[in-house]
Design a protein. Sequence first.
Length: 218
Amino acid sequence: MQRAAVFDVDGTLADTNHLHVVTWWEAFRQAGHDIPMHAVHRSIGLGSEDLVARLLGDRRDKEQDAELSAAHKALYAQYFDRLPAFRDAGRLLRRLDHDGWQVVLATSASGPELSALRRAIAADDAITATASADDVEEGKPAPEPVEHALELAGVPPERAVFVGDTVWDMRAGSRAGVRCVGVLCGGIPRHDLEEAGAEAVYDDPAHLLASLKDGPFA
């Protein structure tokens, strides 16, 4: 039976979390909101609507949500031609593909942003499918992104491993019934990832690649 290796992208395969922090912080600042960067960082990984709701609360002017999201997208788009992948991210995906895993991306990115991320990772030959924000109604921590990734791979939850860098990733994967692996390169502490459902935690893609024989992918 096939196996699926499902990957988050931002902060997991690509070193982009802090770019998102700065550009969201600037989008909020331009709209007159003083949001600390550490609070933005802990919200990265949520979809735009959920991120804004978490940081501004339910009593915010919800008509401003779309403007904030558009401002963030415009600011972040300035980096599309130089988004950095983590070391060995592409090698990790190719190794898993070589070992018989179907590699599927599950990301809140879509459109030109997703294309830029895939160019940075440079491993399209190893990627079976992508579940993007355009494909689901609810983003992480809802299980839908991971469940859709499993549907694309045609694999049941017990035959899949999900790799991510945020508590939202771990909660989404746990709710979808898959084994969850955390990476620290997105900036979230090990304890938080484990508490949210990670059964193993690695430093980054290079560390996971070097540990494949001993971990959940063995």
